[in-house]
Design a binder for this molecule. Structure first.
Ligand code: FAD
Length: 312
């Protein structure tokens, strides 16, 4: 663990999802404020494929923008959309002052065929569309002035940040090993400014992927996505969603631990070791999947030696 107080801080960021019901809004707002106090580079908010949670995602993003100094980053998926609908969605987010995106293809809903994809077939095409819509929109933005509710500062709109997904262990749809690096190269060529990885369980999965990507010409930063897995149920669920191989050591430890608190500690220990290892291996930061709770991810960062003193 790094204990040198003069060592430069490693950037970190968090992912949240929009609450399923308004009853959970207050708890999420508290989580946003607590995460913001830690000084992340950005907080990202997931987006339901097919627009199922778009409005609620934007509400959370607005809350982050209006109540913290942290950059809100919107996940956007293109699945099932026409070009016109996707462009108007992007405009809606830009008009709300959101300037950072994670451009995703998304997955057709269960039971729908790949033909449901819509006009945009890949994340790379969505990256280009975000870039185009941003260029076409008004070249200025209004920034609220703290303490003056009706006043706004007019500033030149800055360029958007467009992140994309990367898959160290391969996307479940990939048919060969190099396809994921090729897909990332295509996203970079389309204008992506950085990548965030799917969760992985071993530092070498990430470090070897970055090495392959660099050798192939990927130059954008690749942020490792780290998820603290604190129960066997969560582990099963993420394996189903991601197609990752079962990490047997973690799986056994979670299965045999009798208490919820003990399982939480196992998940935190695993994630903090992973965070430390990837940072030591050269990762430009860490992106933590927070599951709308602040304590676990903040403890992961603290145990990894990556949490600067909280701002007062
Ligand atoms: P793409 O980059 O277009 O493709 C993904 C992979 O598919 C490529 O790596 C490539 O290997 C393969 N591929 C691409 N084209 C083809 C082809 N023609 N034939 C065969 N294989 C091909 N989903 C949501 O709905 N909402 C979210 O908020 C969300 N957030 C996410 C955040 C992160 C960090 C990650 C890693 C994933 C997230 N996802 C989310 C899931 C994502 O939508 C799915 O993984 C989706 O299947 C692929 O999206 P993509 O942007 O990577 O697609």
């Amino acid at each position: 663990m790094s204990s040198d107080p003069s060592a430069p801080c490693t950037p970190f960021s968090f992912e949240l999802y929009p609450p399923r019901t308004a009853a959970n809004d207050a708890a999420l707002h508290e989580t946003v404020l607590r995460l913001a106090d830690a000084g992340p580079d950005f907080i990202s908010v997931t987006y339901g494929a097919g627009g199922s949670s778009g409005g609620r995602s934007l509400d959370v993003l607005r809350f982050i923008r209006e109540n913290t100094d942290v950059e809100p980053l919107a996940h956007l998926t293109c699945v099932g959309n026409t070009y016109a609908a996707a462009a108007s969605l992007i405009r809606e987010f830009l008009d709300a002052g959101i300037l950072s995106f994670l451009a995703l293809r998304g997955d057709p809903p269960a039971g729908r065929s790949e033909a449901y994809l819509g006009d945009l077939e890949s994340a790379a095409q969505l990256v280009q569309l975000i870039d185009r819509v941003q260029t076409e929109s008004a070249p200025y933005e209004e920034t609220p002035i703290p303490g003056l509710p009706r006043a706004a500062r007019i500033t030149h709109r800055r360029t958007v940040n467009i992140a994309v997904a990367a898959f160290p262990k391969g996307h479940p749809r990939s048919t060969h090993r190099t396809q994921d690096v090729e897909a990332l190269l295509a996203k970079q060529a389309a204008g992506a400014t950085f990548a965030i990885t799917q969760l992985f369980f071993h530092a070498d999965d990430y470090l070897a992927f970055v090495e392959r990507a660099r050798a192939a010409g990927v130059t954008i930063p690749i942020l490792p996505g780290i998820m603290p897995i604190t129960s066997p149920t969560r582990l099963r669920r993420v394996l189903e969603l991601t197609g990752e191989d079962l990490p047997s050591e973690l799986s056994i430890a979670l299965e045999i631990e009798p208490t919820a608190e003990g399982r939480r500690e196992i998940g935190i220990r695993w994630a903090s070791r992973l965070a430390r290892e990837v940072v030591d291996g050269g990762a430009p930061g860490v992106h933590l999947y927070a599951f709308n709770q602040h304590e676990t991810v903040l403890t992961v960062l603290a145990e990894a030696g990556l949490l600067p003193a909280l701002r007062s």
